[in-house]
Design a protein around this ligand. Structure first.
Ligand SMILES: [Zn+2]
Length: 319
Protein backbone atom coordinates (compact mmCIF):
# COMPACT_ATOMS: atom_id res chain seq x y z
CA UNK A 1 0.00 0.00 0.00
CA UNK A 2 0.93 3.64 -0.35
CA UNK A 3 0.26 6.16 2.41
CA UNK A 4 0.78 9.88 2.66
CA UNK A 5 2.30 11.38 5.80
CA UNK A 6 1.43 15.02 6.31
CA UNK A 7 3.61 16.66 8.95
CA UNK A 8 3.93 20.37 9.55
CA UNK A 9 6.31 20.77 12.48
CA UNK A 10 10.09 20.79 12.01
CA UNK A 11 10.98 18.72 15.08
CA UNK A 12 8.26 16.12 14.77
CA UNK A 13 9.10 14.11 17.86
CA UNK A 14 12.89 14.36 17.93
CA UNK A 15 15.44 11.58 18.56
CA UNK A 16 14.58 8.24 17.00
CA UNK A 17 11.03 9.57 16.57
CA UNK A 18 12.07 12.41 14.25
CA UNK A 19 11.22 12.73 10.58
CA UNK A 20 11.75 10.47 8.57
CA UNK A 21 12.62 7.66 11.00
CA UNK A 22 9.08 6.66 11.82
CA UNK A 23 5.41 7.49 11.67
CA UNK A 24 3.87 8.31 15.02
CA UNK A 25 0.72 9.77 16.51
CA UNK A 26 -1.09 9.78 19.85
CA UNK A 27 -3.54 6.93 20.42
CA UNK A 28 -6.38 9.25 21.48
CA UNK A 29 -7.45 12.82 20.97
CA UNK A 30 -7.13 15.14 23.92
CA UNK A 31 -10.37 14.54 25.79
CA UNK A 32 -10.68 11.02 24.35
CA UNK A 33 -11.79 9.34 21.16
CA UNK A 34 -9.84 7.81 18.32
CA UNK A 35 -8.95 9.54 15.05
CA UNK A 36 -8.91 7.63 11.74
CA UNK A 37 -5.78 9.36 10.44
CA UNK A 38 -3.86 8.22 13.53
CA UNK A 39 -5.19 4.65 13.93
CA UNK A 40 -4.28 4.12 10.27
CA UNK A 41 -0.68 3.64 11.48
CA UNK A 42 -1.78 0.19 12.68
CA UNK A 43 -2.57 -0.80 9.06
CA UNK A 44 1.02 -0.22 7.95
CA UNK A 45 2.91 -3.41 7.03
CA UNK A 46 6.55 -3.98 6.00
CA UNK A 47 7.27 -2.88 2.44
CA UNK A 48 4.53 -0.23 2.32
CA UNK A 49 5.57 3.05 0.74
CA UNK A 50 5.11 6.34 2.58
CA UNK A 51 5.09 9.60 0.62
CA UNK A 52 5.95 12.63 2.76
CA UNK A 53 4.21 15.99 2.60
CA UNK A 54 6.07 18.48 4.79
CA UNK A 55 5.56 22.03 5.99
CA UNK A 56 2.83 24.65 6.15
CA UNK A 57 1.14 26.10 3.03
CA UNK A 58 2.18 27.99 0.93
CA UNK A 59 5.50 26.15 1.50
CA UNK A 60 4.02 22.68 2.04
CA UNK A 61 5.54 20.27 -0.46
CA UNK A 62 5.87 16.58 -1.27
CA UNK A 63 9.51 16.00 -0.39
CA UNK A 64 10.20 12.29 -0.91
CA UNK A 65 9.27 8.75 0.09
CA UNK A 66 10.29 6.00 2.54
CA UNK A 67 9.60 2.32 3.13
CA UNK A 68 7.98 0.80 6.22
CA UNK A 69 10.19 -1.79 7.91
CA UNK A 70 7.65 -3.27 10.30
CA UNK A 71 3.99 -3.41 11.27
CA UNK A 72 2.45 -0.40 12.94
CA UNK A 73 2.11 -0.87 16.72
CA UNK A 74 0.96 0.80 19.93
CA UNK A 75 3.50 1.63 22.62
CA UNK A 76 3.84 3.20 26.05
CA UNK A 77 7.16 4.71 24.97
CA UNK A 78 7.04 8.34 23.92
CA UNK A 79 8.80 10.76 21.60
CA UNK A 80 11.35 12.97 23.43
CA UNK A 81 9.64 16.09 22.05
CA UNK A 82 5.95 15.25 21.67
CA UNK A 83 4.95 18.93 21.29
CA UNK A 84 1.20 19.48 21.58
CA UNK A 85 0.67 15.74 21.90
CA UNK A 86 2.42 15.68 25.26
CA UNK A 87 -0.94 14.91 26.94
CA UNK A 88 -1.00 11.38 25.51
CA UNK A 89 0.05 8.33 27.55
CA UNK A 90 0.32 6.02 24.57
CA UNK A 91 1.38 6.38 20.95
CA UNK A 92 1.11 4.59 17.60
CA UNK A 93 4.36 4.06 15.75
CA UNK A 94 5.61 2.44 12.51
CA UNK A 95 9.30 2.40 11.64
CA UNK A 96 10.63 3.61 8.30
CA UNK A 97 13.85 3.34 6.32
CA UNK A 98 15.39 4.49 3.05
CA UNK A 99 14.07 8.04 2.87
CA UNK A 100 14.57 9.12 -0.76
CA UNK A 101 14.16 12.84 -1.42
CA UNK A 102 12.43 13.81 -4.66
CA UNK A 103 14.77 15.47 -7.14
CA UNK A 104 12.54 18.53 -6.86
CA UNK A 105 10.05 18.97 -4.04
CA UNK A 106 6.53 19.31 -5.44
CA UNK A 107 4.76 22.33 -4.01
CA UNK A 108 1.25 21.52 -2.79
CA UNK A 109 -0.36 24.84 -3.74
CA UNK A 110 1.02 24.57 -7.30
CA UNK A 111 -0.33 21.07 -7.50
CA UNK A 112 -3.77 22.06 -6.12
CA UNK A 113 -3.89 24.84 -8.70
CA UNK A 114 -2.74 22.89 -11.73
CA UNK A 115 -4.60 19.67 -10.99
CA UNK A 116 -7.72 21.23 -9.53
CA UNK A 117 -10.22 19.63 -11.90
CA UNK A 118 -8.71 16.15 -11.71
CA UNK A 119 -8.47 16.37 -7.91
CA UNK A 120 -12.09 17.52 -7.63
CA UNK A 121 -13.13 14.62 -9.84
CA UNK A 122 -11.17 12.18 -7.71
CA UNK A 123 -12.71 13.66 -4.55
CA UNK A 124 -16.24 13.11 -5.90
CA UNK A 125 -15.39 9.63 -7.22
CA UNK A 126 -14.01 8.66 -3.85
CA UNK A 127 -16.98 10.10 -1.97
CA UNK A 128 -19.38 8.02 -4.05
CA UNK A 129 -17.64 4.82 -2.86
CA UNK A 130 -19.46 5.12 0.48
CA UNK A 131 -18.02 2.79 3.10
CA UNK A 132 -15.15 1.74 0.81
CA UNK A 133 -13.91 5.24 0.31
CA UNK A 134 -10.27 6.04 0.95
CA UNK A 135 -9.30 8.40 3.77
CA UNK A 136 -7.68 11.15 1.74
CA UNK A 137 -5.71 14.23 2.78
CA UNK A 138 -7.69 17.01 1.14
CA UNK A 139 -11.23 18.34 0.98
CA UNK A 140 -13.30 20.38 -1.43
CA UNK A 141 -14.59 23.31 0.54
CA UNK A 142 -16.45 26.37 -0.70
CA UNK A 143 -15.10 25.93 -4.20
CA UNK A 144 -11.46 25.34 -3.30
CA UNK A 145 -9.18 22.50 -2.41
CA UNK A 146 -7.42 22.41 0.91
CA UNK A 147 -5.67 19.98 3.23
CA UNK A 148 -7.93 18.21 5.66
CA UNK A 149 -6.83 19.43 9.07
CA UNK A 150 -5.20 16.64 11.08
CA UNK A 151 -5.10 14.15 8.18
CA UNK A 152 -1.75 12.87 9.44
CA UNK A 153 -1.64 9.51 7.64
CA UNK A 154 -3.92 9.07 4.64
CA UNK A 155 -4.54 6.64 1.78
CA UNK A 156 -3.06 7.00 -1.71
CA UNK A 157 -4.52 4.49 -4.15
CA UNK A 158 -3.22 4.06 -7.71
CA UNK A 159 -5.91 6.39 -9.01
CA UNK A 160 -4.91 9.21 -6.63
CA UNK A 161 -1.21 8.59 -7.30
CA UNK A 162 -1.88 9.18 -11.01
CA UNK A 163 -3.98 12.27 -10.37
CA UNK A 164 -1.32 13.81 -8.12
CA UNK A 165 1.85 12.94 -9.97
CA UNK A 166 0.78 11.94 -13.47
CA UNK A 167 0.19 8.54 -14.98
CA UNK A 168 2.87 6.46 -16.63
CA UNK A 169 0.78 6.18 -19.81
CA UNK A 170 0.33 9.92 -20.16
CA UNK A 171 4.05 10.51 -19.76
CA UNK A 172 4.97 7.93 -22.33
CA UNK A 173 2.25 8.93 -24.80
CA UNK A 174 2.86 12.67 -24.85
CA UNK A 175 6.57 12.54 -24.15
CA UNK A 176 6.02 15.80 -22.31
CA UNK A 177 5.69 14.42 -18.82
CA UNK A 178 3.67 16.08 -16.12
CA UNK A 179 3.22 19.86 -15.85
CA UNK A 180 4.05 19.91 -12.13
CA UNK A 181 6.38 16.94 -11.78
CA UNK A 182 9.82 17.07 -13.38
CA UNK A 183 11.11 14.22 -15.53
CA UNK A 184 13.57 13.08 -12.84
CA UNK A 185 10.91 13.13 -10.11
CA UNK A 186 8.48 11.42 -12.48
CA UNK A 187 10.84 8.48 -12.76
CA UNK A 188 10.94 8.26 -8.93
CA UNK A 189 7.14 8.13 -8.92
CA UNK A 190 7.33 5.26 -11.40
CA UNK A 191 9.54 3.42 -8.90
CA UNK A 192 6.88 3.93 -6.23
CA UNK A 193 4.22 2.64 -8.62
CA UNK A 194 6.30 -0.42 -9.53
CA UNK A 195 6.84 -1.22 -5.84
CA UNK A 196 3.10 -1.12 -5.25
CA UNK A 197 2.71 -3.64 -8.09
CA UNK A 198 5.38 -5.90 -6.58
CA UNK A 199 3.77 -5.83 -3.15
CA UNK A 200 0.37 -6.75 -4.61
CA UNK A 201 1.94 -9.60 -6.56
CA UNK A 202 3.77 -10.88 -3.50
CA UNK A 203 0.60 -10.80 -1.34
CA UNK A 204 -1.39 -12.60 -4.04
CA UNK A 205 1.24 -15.34 -4.41
CA UNK A 206 1.46 -15.90 -0.66
CA UNK A 207 -2.32 -16.21 -0.43
CA UNK A 208 -2.35 -18.65 -3.36
CA UNK A 209 -0.18 -21.03 -1.31
CA UNK A 210 -2.06 -20.52 1.95
CA UNK A 211 0.72 -18.32 3.37
CA UNK A 212 3.09 -21.23 3.79
CA UNK A 213 6.33 -22.29 2.07
CA UNK A 214 5.32 -24.63 -0.77
CA UNK A 215 8.56 -26.66 -0.71
CA UNK A 216 7.73 -30.28 0.25
CA UNK A 217 8.17 -30.91 3.96
CA UNK A 218 8.84 -27.26 4.80
CA UNK A 219 6.55 -26.02 7.54
CA UNK A 220 7.47 -22.34 7.61
CA UNK A 221 4.44 -20.04 7.77
CA UNK A 222 5.84 -17.13 9.80
CA UNK A 223 5.13 -14.21 7.41
CA UNK A 224 8.43 -12.55 8.35
CA UNK A 225 10.28 -15.50 6.78
CA UNK A 226 8.15 -15.90 3.64
CA UNK A 227 8.37 -14.28 0.22
CA UNK A 228 6.03 -14.27 -2.76
CA UNK A 229 8.86 -14.92 -5.21
CA UNK A 230 8.91 -14.53 -8.99
CA UNK A 231 9.64 -17.72 -10.91
CA UNK A 232 11.01 -15.56 -13.67
CA UNK A 233 11.52 -11.85 -14.01
CA UNK A 234 10.08 -11.05 -17.39
CA UNK A 235 10.85 -7.48 -18.17
CA UNK A 236 8.80 -7.02 -21.33
CA UNK A 237 5.48 -8.64 -20.46
CA UNK A 238 3.72 -6.90 -17.62
CA UNK A 239 0.70 -9.19 -17.63
CA UNK A 240 2.74 -12.34 -17.20
CA UNK A 241 5.16 -10.66 -14.81
CA UNK A 242 2.27 -9.89 -12.44
CA UNK A 243 0.44 -13.22 -12.99
CA UNK A 244 0.19 -15.30 -9.77
CA UNK A 245 1.22 -18.33 -11.84
CA UNK A 246 4.62 -16.69 -12.11
CA UNK A 247 5.04 -16.86 -8.36
CA UNK A 248 5.87 -19.32 -5.59
CA UNK A 249 5.46 -18.78 -1.87
CA UNK A 250 8.81 -19.80 -0.39
CA UNK A 251 10.66 -19.35 2.88
CA UNK A 252 13.90 -17.37 2.78
CA UNK A 253 16.12 -20.46 2.44
CA UNK A 254 14.07 -22.11 -0.31
CA UNK A 255 13.66 -18.76 -2.11
CA UNK A 256 17.43 -18.29 -2.15
CA UNK A 257 18.01 -21.89 -3.28
CA UNK A 258 15.49 -21.47 -6.11
CA UNK A 259 16.94 -18.08 -7.10
CA UNK A 260 20.46 -19.55 -7.25
CA UNK A 261 19.24 -22.56 -9.24
CA UNK A 262 20.02 -25.24 -6.64
CA UNK A 263 16.66 -26.65 -7.63
CA UNK A 264 13.81 -26.03 -10.05
CA UNK A 265 10.42 -27.64 -10.67
CA UNK A 266 9.68 -30.09 -13.48
CA UNK A 267 6.51 -30.01 -15.59
CA UNK A 268 4.57 -31.88 -12.90
CA UNK A 269 5.75 -29.30 -10.33
CA UNK A 270 8.06 -31.78 -8.58
CA UNK A 271 11.34 -30.69 -7.04
CA UNK A 272 14.27 -31.25 -9.38
CA UNK A 273 17.62 -30.69 -7.68
CA UNK A 274 20.36 -29.30 -9.92
CA UNK A 275 22.68 -32.21 -10.90
CA UNK A 276 25.61 -29.87 -10.22
CA UNK A 277 24.70 -30.14 -6.53
CA UNK A 278 25.10 -33.94 -6.59
CA UNK A 279 28.59 -33.83 -5.04
CA UNK A 280 27.96 -30.70 -2.98
CA UNK A 281 28.84 -30.79 0.71
CA UNK A 282 26.32 -28.03 1.42
CA UNK A 283 23.80 -28.95 4.09
CA UNK A 284 21.20 -26.95 2.15
CA UNK A 285 21.79 -29.09 -0.96
CA UNK A 286 21.57 -32.22 1.22
CA UNK A 287 18.17 -31.13 2.56
CA UNK A 288 16.95 -30.32 -0.95
CA UNK A 289 18.09 -33.73 -2.25
CA UNK A 290 16.06 -35.45 0.47
CA UNK A 291 12.94 -34.11 -1.29
CA UNK A 292 14.03 -34.63 -4.89
CA UNK A 293 11.04 -35.75 -7.02
CA UNK A 294 8.43 -34.74 -4.46
CA UNK A 295 5.68 -32.32 -5.58
CA UNK A 296 5.35 -28.85 -4.06
CA UNK A 297 2.20 -28.20 -2.07
CA UNK A 298 -0.57 -27.08 -4.40
CA UNK A 299 -1.79 -23.56 -4.84
CA UNK A 300 -5.09 -22.72 -6.50
CA UNK A 301 -3.18 -21.17 -9.39
CA UNK A 302 -0.50 -23.55 -10.74
CA UNK A 303 2.95 -22.43 -11.84
CA UNK A 304 2.94 -21.36 -15.51
CA UNK A 305 4.84 -23.65 -17.91
CA UNK A 306 6.37 -20.64 -19.65
CA UNK A 307 7.66 -19.27 -16.36
CA UNK A 308 9.27 -22.60 -15.43
CA UNK A 309 10.86 -22.89 -18.87
CA UNK A 310 12.40 -19.44 -18.37
CA UNK A 311 13.73 -20.54 -14.99
CA UNK A 312 15.33 -23.68 -16.49
CA UNK A 313 17.05 -21.54 -19.10
CA UNK A 314 18.20 -18.90 -16.62
CA UNK A 315 19.74 -21.36 -14.14
CA UNK A 316 20.81 -23.79 -16.86
CA UNK A 317 19.12 -27.04 -15.83
CA UNK A 318 16.83 -29.32 -17.76
CA UNK A 319 14.61 -31.54 -15.64
ZN1 LIG B 1 10.78 -23.49 2.93
Amino acid sequence: MIYLEMSRDKVHGGGTWAFPKCLWAPVEKQGGGSWTFWTKILQVTPGDTIIHLRGVPPDAAFVGYSTATGDGFETGRRPPQPGKWDYSERFFRADLEGFTPFHEAINLDDLFQQKRIALEDYFDRNKSRGRDKANIFYVRQSGRLQCLNGAYLSDVDEDLLSVLFGSEDATVASGAGDPVVSVATGSQIRTVRARLGQKKFSDQVRRNYGNRCCFPGCSISDPRFLVGAHITRWTDNEELRGHPGNGLCLCLVHDRAFELGLFTLDEQHRVFVNPKEQESASEIARDLKAHNGEPISDGEVKPLDDALLEHWIRVDIEP
